[in-house]
Ligand binder design. Structure first.
Ligand code: ADP
Ligand code: MG
Ligand code: MG
Length: 890
């Protein structure tokens, strides 16, 4: 018989951490903690397979489920002595979602389930009336909004009115009488809204909540979170039902969250927040100001609110032991939820803690140092894309700035943008290309798309574990939260601090590492690449097989590439060198010349400039390989476009504007992607290839002399579709090289081609016979394979991703079933024809971790990407190597 339900509690569990797919992350870890003998309230997990069944069968459950749930409830009763609906010892439970991948706050949870008009009295007997009625109203409120779909604010306004009526500003001021009154009004609200009384039977409540958790798997915010984090909808969520423990039973009770290390810096030691006499989400809701866990953190923050270490030393000690035990057991930094009920410590959740890139690096390097994990594991622990956070600029300490206010340093990095007060406005303005800072009192899961759209997030309320802080860290976005001095008026669209106001659209800068907010734009500095970063990159370099190069043509880019650890240049586009300053004049003279002699004369003027560029590039690269692509774009790109521009240029060149216009028209390509360009141009105007070859080889000779490191340039012919094209241009290059050698400049070089047309990929075997190397130009190869340019694709890629027609943007991640097939076939066929054929990729895919894994698997020699992505590519290449080694042993 199928097993749909797994119990845990009393030092044992039917599940374990290994059963994450079936039990979800939360359920698997609750089972694991129960097996470890940790104080976990007993409960059970309804599996993700039930979720799959639920959606495959018109939202119905497997027949055996009811019976299995009853048995599991019996087991909770055995452990706790409490029974659902019992009038003296009623069982209350939480019903919690829990998917395979952690999706904090994205789905729904209901606490205190099992309360009704009868059991509330029994609960009052456990503690006091106030506690019982406060808990009952919490339950109606959560159940009402999560299961019955009643707007949260409808409950809130009842609560607010009642507070006003009684002259109280905080919920803590309300007594049992008040809560009774509020419960009556809540029940009336429910009945009014759904035409039925609030469900009183605990088993009806339970099935309602289970259905709502499964239902929440498909809610829009869960869907957009999944999309953002590449979580397939088919995984489904599990449901955890667990006996309640109460952090709101008075001054000896508390609830909190803690990390085993600091999630912003990675520093070792407990780090977190808690609240006395509170329940569940109170800590992260940002309604009350949470207190620090440790005394040292309290002193650092300068708050007067006492730490857990001081007010509950026993619970603090137990939390510390539990944290250490869990970290050693999972061999990773953990994020814990705990509750203290009248002095008794309970652990409610553990999971791998989300952390900033800085913390991820420090934790990985430290844990390897502590012997908890190996260096290879450390390399696998840092998300390559997360390095982006560290490669981002920080505020220039020397720059002038005007501080607006302080907040908490929730997620590092500096961001400058216009103030925007709502997620919807952020999404809209982002679509117009605006740079934004989302400013809110606090964020909630509904704001997630606005946070995606903004460059940074600023909140007036909430702590280091508030929604804004956790989500921003996950996204790698700068965030300052809990800036209490900010008074935000959504209606007026203003943010006020001490009498001074800023409105939507005003520019501010936030520094998420310092927790500061500044007026206007503050200049930034490039990041440092030493310390833990350097250590981990060093370990990555010893693991990876793929070489990493950079796409660079300017000296600045080349220097950045080397600083970031590039092992050569994979693509130097020479056309960029044609646009600068006076050169464009020479280029235009060349284009307008009537014959080859005229073109040669113009090119003579360009030669020294081009040679100088190459000398500098080769010197910076100091003997590392450099692939230079001969001129690629169609000639009209170098000519003026509008009539006014044409008149201008004609005047300065002393030519007839009409002649110039005729040339522009004659040269304009109807499809600029193809047409008379690339190797075609080099074939019809061989003098261009001659000039460039001379510039390259003479520069190589000179740079080698200067650095003492021989340079072997790799000359790349663009846009080849037929072997004969490559042969033709190669002959030009060889003739020029032979001439130079005869005149005393003999330089080693290789000639290869860019594979960027499907035909070239399909004829790779014969093309390889004439090529020393292939470099896959996957930007153009994607365009030509998909039959659409990247610019044209913009409009449909987003909607296509939304509709699930495509899984990933093929211009970002190499499409393994189309473009990827061409690359693999060409690599294999090319190597067959020429065993030593050097293979690389120089499209933007060269910096995308998923594409890098593909390149590693098909045996390419290197990837080449933009200089700032080089560290990401180095780490991704190392992880790809570890991954394939794992697959081989598995
Ligand atoms: P999320 O996945 O969004 O964190 P959880 O299911 O973990 O949601 O629960 C929300 C809050 O309720 C957490 O603070 C959690 O610790 C608390 N909670 C859940 N179950 C219980 C329980 N049985 N007793 C007390 N508090 C609980
Ligand atoms: Mg939780
Ligand atoms: Mg191209």
């Amino acid at each position: 018989m199928a097993k749909w339900v797994y119990s845990f509690g009393g030092g044992r569990a039917e599940g374990s951490a290994a059963m994450r797919e079936l039990l979800g992350g939360k359920g698997a870890n609750l089972a694991e903690m129960a097996n470890l003998g940790l104080p976990v309230p007993p409960g059970f997990t309804v599996t993700t397979e039930v979720c799959t069944h639920f959606y495959a069968n018109d939202r119905t459950y497997p027949a055996e489920l009811k019976g299995e749930v009853e048995v599991a409830l019996g087991a909770i009763a055995d452990h706790t002595g409490k029974v659902f609906g019992d009038r003296s010892e009623p069982l209350l439970v939480s019903v919690r979602s829990g998917a395979r991948a952690s999706m904090p706050g994205m789905m729904d949870t209901v606490l205190n389930l099992g309360l009704n008009d009868d059991t509330v009295d029994a609960i009052a007997g456990l503690a006091d009336e106030r506690f019982a009625w406060d808990t009952y109203r919490r339950f109606i409120q959560m159940y009402g909004s999560v299961v019955l779909g009643i707007e949260h604010h409808e409950f809130e306004s009842i609560l607010e009115l009642e507070r006003e009526k009684r002259g109280e500003t905080e919920d803590t001021g309300l007594d049992a009488e008040a809560w009774k009154e509020i419960v009556a009004q809540y029940k009336a609200l429910v009945e009014e809204t759904i035409d039925k009384p609030f469900p009183q039977a605990p088993s009806d409540q339970l099935w309602g909540a289970i259905g709502a958790v499964f239902g929440s798997w498909m809610n829009p915010r869960a869907e957009s979170y999944r999309k953002l984090h590449d979580i397939p909808a088919s995984w489904g969520t599990a449901v955890n039902v667990q006996a309640m423990v109460f952090g709101n039973m008075g001054e000896t009770s508390a609830t909190g969250v803690a990390f085993t290390r600091n999630p912003a810096t990675g520093d070792k030691g407990l780090y977190g927040e808690f609240l006395v006499n509170a329940q569940g989400e109170d800590v992260v809701a940002g309604i009350r100001t949470p207190q620090e866990i440790t005394e040292s953190a309290r002193q650092m923050s300068g708050t007067k609110l006492p730490s857990l270490e001081t007010v509950m030393p026993d619970a603090f000690a137990e939390l510390g032991q539990t944290a250490e035990r869990l970290e050693a057991h999972y061999r990773d930094m953990q994020d814990l939820e705990f509750t203290v009920e009248r002095g008794t410590f309970w652990i409610l959740q553990t999971r791998a803690g989300k952390r900033t890139a800085n913390a991820a690096l420090k934790v990985a390097v430290d844990m390897a140092g502590e012997g908890l994990i190996t260096r290879e594991e450390a390399v696998g622990r840092v998300e390559p894309e997360a390095l982006n956070q560290l490669l981002h600029p920080t505020l220039d300490p020397a720059a002038e700035r005007t501080l607006i206010a302080h907040g908490l340093p929730a997620s590092p990095g500096a961001a400058t943008g216009e103030i925007v007060f709502s997620a919807e406005a952020a999404e809209k303005l982002k679509a117009d290309g605006r740079e934004l800072i989302l400013v809110r009192n606090e964020t909630s899961p509904e704001d997630i798309n606005g946070m995606v759209a903004a460059l940074g997030v600023l909140t007036a309320r909430g702590g280091m574990t508030s929604h804004a802080a956790v989500v921003a860290r996950g996204m790698g976005k700068p965030c300052v939260c809990g800036a209490g001095a900010l008074k935000i008026d959504y209606k007026a669209g203003t943010m006020t601090v001490g009498g001074k106001s800023w409105k939507a659209g005003d520019v501010i800068t936030i520094d998420g590492a310092a927790g500061q907010i500044f007026e206007g734009r503050v200049p930034t500095l490039r990041p440092e690449l030493t310390g833990d970063f350097g250590t981990l990159m060093g370990w990555a370099d010893t693991v990876r097989r793929l070489k990493v190069r950079a796409n660079a043509e300017t000296p600045n880019d080349a220097r950045a590439a080397r600083e970031f650890g590039a092992e050569g240049i994979g693509l130097c586009r020479t056309e960029h060198m044609f646009f600068e300053g006076e050169r464009i004049i020479g280029v235009r003279e060349m284009i307008l010349a009537h014959d080859a002699a005229g073109r040669r004369a113009a090119l003579e003027k360009l030669l020294p400039m081009q040679r100088k560029d190459f000398i500098e590039l080769f010197k910076i690269m100091h003997g590392l390989p450099v692939t230079i692509r001969l001129l690629d774009p169609p000639l009209h790109e170098f000519l003026p476009k509008s009539d006014a521009e044409i008149a201008d240029v004609a005047k300065s060149m002393k030519v007839d504007p009409a002649l110039l216009r005729d040339r522009v028209i004659a040269l304009t390509e109807s499809n600029p992607m193809l047409g008379h360009r690339g190797c075609r141009l080099l074939i019809t105007y061989p003098e261009i290839a001659e000039m460039q070859t001379r510039a390259i080889l003479e520069a190589a000779a000179e740079a080698a002399k200067a650095t003492g490191e021989p340079v072997t340039p790799e000359i790349m012919v663009p846009l080849v579709g037929m072997r004969s094209e490559l042969d033709h241009v190669r002959a030009t290059i060889e003739r020029t090289a032979a001439d130079l050698a005869a005149n005393g400049t003999a330089v080693e070089y290789t000639v290869g081609t860019m594979i960027e047309l499907p035909r070239a990929a399909l004829r790779a075997q014969e093309i390889a016979e004439g090529a020393d190397f292939f470099s896959f130009g996957t930007n153009d190869l994607t365009q030509t394979t998909f039959g659409i340019s990247r610019d044209d694709a913009h409009g449909f890629i987003g909607p296509y991703l939304g509709l699930g027609l495509i899984e990933k943007d093929p211009f970002v991640t190499l499409d393994p079933d189309g473009v990827g097939v061409l690359v693999r076939v060409a690599a294999n066929e090319g190597r067959k024809a020429r065993p030593g054929l050097k293979l690389g990729i120089c499209g933007e895919h060269g910096g995308d971790p998923a594409s890098i894994r593909f390149c590693d698997a098909i045996g390419l020699d290197y990837v080449s990407c933009s200089p700032f992505r080089v560290p990401i590519a180095r780490l991704a290449a190392a992880q790809a190597a570890l991954h394939s080694a794992q697959n081989q042993t598995a």
